[in-house]
Design a protein around this ligand. Structure first.
Ligand code: NAI
Length: 378
């Protein structure tokens, strides 16, 4: 693991998720931007002294020289470092799970996709919420035609954690809205891309073009803290997406609704164990995670019995479980279990980056429709 040091937001969820099934062991790390703090925290977490590295370059050198080198490197550092670290590890022959956003530019994203392909290495991107059992079930229901043709998808990721104008100058918040540090987008690049990726994951379609209305509700911010994005998908589906960081009262409001010719689905990350299914001209049904007769993809991703709550580290664990299966299948020269072949790819990270740039461009042009595809996929 690179990043994810003491007090980091996302490091603990990766350590919990990766260790849960006993498929991965946490054996090496460069956990902090301060070498000594990283070394000592790594050892506190049980890493051997010679594998608790001071920085990612030292780890790259150390692990490359070992016979028992790590199989997978998780990159959980701040955004602007993802490209350099991910590129270096892929080139050295390691598989990588990179945090989102995968890169800061579309060009970097295309480079990562190419490097992973050329080196035949896995580069996954942690759209971890696609690991929830019922998200995978939604995807399976859409794929097997339960909803018929999908007309409309409506995705949201709205929270209120940056809504306090009095706190807007706090350095921990301010950098996120500063183009020099955050790039061309703040809230859409941070949260909107989760919702957009989920729309693609569930419908099995890619975004082609979009029109965005972006706004800084707190006027001192240069980058947006709220965005409303209309989009179109390559299978003809119409998309709507709202993302916000000033939505007071919202906590982690990631949700998705899918409307087809024969029915509608609704799922929300804060109640992840229930999926609302409305078949055309029938009554509303609540599908519970862990029910019998769900899809193989959902069954594989559920871990405790029906009625017991499952949450976010278990969704991350499912991404790791998929990656373990992919790495094993490669070592054993056999095909990957199709129910496990669901982890988000570098191509997803690249498509998100193209969408981020498109949102900024469209927003600046008063909502003009712009191509949202990376040049590689036009
Ligand atoms: P954070 O600021 O809480 O922690 C970052 C950690 O990385 C710190 O321990 C820091 O010391 C370390 N670090 C920084 N530069 C480093 C370097 N060059 N080498 C080694 N370690 C370094 O950040 P947070 O919130 O944990 O975010 C990390 C990444 O995870 C971001 O890219 C963020 O977008 C992503 N994230 C993803 C989520 C998801 O649901 N997939 C949720 C939250 C964050």
């Amino acid at each position: 693991m690179i990043g994810g040091g003491e007090g980091s937001q996302i490091g603990p969820a990766h350590r919990l998720g990766s260790g849960l099934d006993g498929l991965f062991e946490f054996t090496a790390g460069a956990l902090d931007h301060r070498p000594e703090a990283g070394r000592s925290y790594g050892q506190q977490l049980g890493l051997a002294a010679d594998r608790s590295y001071g920085d990612w370059r030292e780890m790259l050198e150390g692990e490359s020289a070992r016979e028992d080198r790590v199989d997978l490197v998780t990159v959980a550092t701040p955004n602007s470092t993802h490209f350099e670290i991910t590129k270096a590890y892929l080139e050295a022959g390691f598989h990588v799970l990179c945090e989102k956003p995968m890169t800061m530019t579309v060009d970097e994203g295309e480079q990562i996709v190419r490097i992973a392909q050329e080196n035949k290495r896995i580069c996954a991107v942690n759209y971890g919420y696609t690991g929830y059992s019922l998200v995978r079930h939604m995807r399976a229901m859409v794929a097997r035609g339960d909803l018929g043709k999908i007309r409309l998808v409506n995705a949201e990721f709205a929270h209120g954690h940056h809504a306090d104008a009095a706190d807007a100058d706090n350095p921990r918040v301010r950098w996120r809205y500063d183009p020099a540090q955050a790039g061309v987008s703040a809230q859409f690049a941070d949260c909107g891309i989760h919702a957009l990726h989920m729309a693609s994951f569930v419908t099995g379609q890619e975004v082609t073009k979009l029109s965005a209305d972006i706004v800084s509700c707190i006027a001192s911010r240069e980058l947006e803290d709220d965005a409303m994005v209309n989009f179109r998908m390559d299978g003809g589906t119409v998309g709507r997406l709202w993302t916000s960081s000033i939505a007071i009262g919202r906590q982690h409001g990631l949700s998705i609704q899918v409307f087809g010719e024969k029915g509608g689905l609704r799922w929300s990350q804060e109640q992840p164990n229930q999926l609302y299914w409305m078949p055309l001209n029938q009554r509303l049904q609540i599908i519970e995670r862990g029910e019998t007769n769900l899809s193989p993809e959902a069954d594989r991703a559920t871990r405790v019995t029906i009625g017991h709550a499952e949450g976010m580290p278990l969704a991350f664990a499912n991404i790791y479980k998929d990656l373990a299966e992919a790495i094993r299948a490669e070592k054993e020269t056999r095909p990957t279990d199709p129910a496990a072949d669901l982890y988000p790819r570098a191509t997803d990270g690249l498509r998100s980056m193209a969408a981020v740039v498109a949102v900024a461009k469209s927003g600046a042009a008063g909502g003009e429709w712009v191509d949202a595809r990376p040049p590689m996929f036009r």
